[in-house]
Write a protein that binds this ligand. Structure first.
Ligand code: PLP
Ligand code: COI
Length: 342
């Protein structure tokens, strides 16, 4: 097994070709067998509902090569539950748990040589997706679907790593409506976010903070990550019908509680930004990205978080170390979040 010639410590969050992916097809009312492919391409009907009407969903999870040489997949069962939830949201059939697990674990195992070594800060990103592959021209769900699982080695989503970032609060773009598809991991939400994300990048910000679309009073989420703030020994994260329920955020809530903090999941008014001692964006890709400032694009108002320096605060640091400790196997997995790839 050749080791790929990659600079593991400098990997971007991007697509690097790997050896194999897996697929599983749904037709005549049933899912078939999980099959292996070495091609990064699929043949798709030009009328596929995924292409026209966005009938599709995806997931993001990671596998980590631990200090002990074991490969651990983080909370895959939660991603399976969420892909079923998203599938239901856009009228696709649920993928059975055993098929999802087989596709994920086989794909990781077959691409072992691409799992970044321990200590490089990188990991193997796992991207399952389910798409409507059957043809329809009227707006209706397809009769055929395809699960694909591919993997690619990645570094941190925000390339500066575990350092404070400046982000931009936007009011002229909504990522998702309160009763829309924001809570499902479907492509349309990301299409809706592209213009404001790219604009924020050009204006010097790492990502965007979206507000609730109805009242524009409360914090929703942070580009492709959830938002949290810390004050008075409390971990506070927005409750909203239009955000993705982040598995990383759920994990941080558990860890914060375990560290003796209070946890509040509730509406978070924009003005509260001025009260946070620390804040962060969290997600599989973002891990914990500490936020050092938030600028309101419309009013120009800047909310400085803590000291406003690159240096992450003590709570973010402790949460980050504990989360990564469990993922890389340096801390015991008390909550049963990881599964070793045998
Ligand atoms: N919010 C959005 C919009 C996302 O795309 C993601 C990434 O999956 C998250 C939050 C973080 O979720 P998780 O921690 O489950 O990766
Ligand atoms: C993830 O964190 O897994 C995501 O899906 C974010 C992404 C869209 C890059």
């Amino acid at each position: 097994m050749d080791t790929p010639n990659l600079e593991w410590g400098k990997l971007p969050f991007g697509y690097i070709p790997t050896d194999y992916n897996t697929r599983c097809l749904y037709s005549n009312g049933a899912w078939g067998e999980v099959e292996l492919s070495s091609s990064p391409f699929i043949t798709l009907h030009i009328g596929a509902t995924a292409l026209h009407y966005g009938q599709g969903t995806f997931e993001g999870m990671k596998a980590f090569l631990g200090v002990d040489g074991k490969v651990r997949v983080f909370r895959w069962q939660d991603n399976w539950e969420r892909i079923c939830f998203s599938s239901e949201g856009v009228l696709m059939p649920a993928i059975p748990k055993d098929k999802f697990k087989k596709a994920v674990f086989e794909t990781v195992k077959l691409n072992q040589r691409f799992i970044p070594p321990y200590g490089t800060g990188a990991s193997l990103y796992i991207r399952p997706l389910i798409i409507g592959s059957g043809a329809k021209v009227g707006v209706s769900p397809a009769d055929e679907y395809m699960l694909i699982v591919f993997v690619t080695p990645v570094g941190p989503y925000f390339p500066q790593g575990f350092k404070g970032v400046d982000i931009q609060l936007v009011r002229d773009v909504d990522r998702a409506a309160p009763l829309g598809t924001g809570r499902f991991k479907v492509g349309g939400n990301y299409a809706a976010s592209l213009s404001s994300l790219v604009r924020a990048g050009k204006e010097g910000f790492k990502t965007v903070l979206y507000l609730d679309a109805k009242e524009k009073k409360y914090i929703d989420e942070c580009g492709p990550a959830n938002f949290f703030g810390i004050k008075n020994n409390t971990y506070i994260t927005p409750d909203s019908t239009s955000i993705l329920r982040s598995i990383t955020n759920l994990s941080l809530c558990t860890l914060a509680e375990d560290m003796g903090m209070k946890v509040e999941r509730r509406r978070v008014p924009v003005e509260e930004l001025s009260e946070f001692e620390e804040a962060g964006a969290c997600g599989t890709a973002a891990i914990i990205t500490p936020i050092k400032s938030i600028q309101d694009r419309e009013t120009g108002k800047v909310y400085t978080i803590g000291k406003g320096t690159d240096e992450p605060g003590p709570v973010c640091t402790k949460l980050y170390n504990r989360l990564q400790g469990i993922q890389y196997g340096t801390e015991s997995d008390r909550f049963g979040w990881t599964e070793v790839v045998e």
